[in-house]
Design a protein around this ligand. Structure first.
Ligand SMILES: [Zn+2]
Length: 149
């Protein structure tokens, strides 16, 4: 039997930017240039993608504005794959919303975009609250470590 060793580590904003850049090459967007905000108060979601929605004469315009990530997400010990999956999940939100000029959440159009971008494992994640058990554990471990100093 072959054993695969998966390395886990903390990640940085630069790691996020690298992932965004590689995706920008596929989409032609420049989301890697958007602000990436990190918040320690963000405890119920690992990440978020924020769009600016404006309306003028019944016409709606949706523009990518910024990324937000929880400090717990960056400081949690995760594999590069798991880390990248979450970043790409958020990336796909911006891309899908701009494409459809609407907040499509996790609907069929969002999933179609993930597929089109060649992002695997996307169906399983809902970014706000409902995250994989591995992430919840990683975050709890981080919180316990931090509380102990
Ligand atoms: Zn999501």
């Amino acid at each position: 039997m072959e054993r695969k060793i998966i390395k886990i580590r903390k990640h940085t904003v630069e790691d996020v930017r690298k992932i965004l850049k590689s995706m920008d090459k596929k989409t032609g967007k420049s989301y890697a240039d958007l602000p990436i905000k990190v918040s320690a108060r963000m405890t119920r979601a690992l990440g978020g993608a924020v769009c600016r929605i404006t309306r003028y004469r019944m016409k709606q315009k949706v523009e990518a504005l910024e990324f937000k990530f929880s400090r717990f997400f960056l400081d949690a010990y995760l594999s590069d794959q798991d880390f990248s999956d979450i970043v790409l999940h958020e990336y796909s939100h911006l891309y899908a919303n701009e494409l459809h000029q609407e907040n499509v959440n996790h609907d069929k159009r969002y999933k179609a975009v993930c597929k089109q971008l060649g992002i695997e494992h996307m169906g399983g994640y809902a970014c706000s609250q409902q995250v994989g058990i591995a992430f919840v554990e990683a975050i709890n471990t981080y919180k316990i470590k931090k509380a102990r100093g």
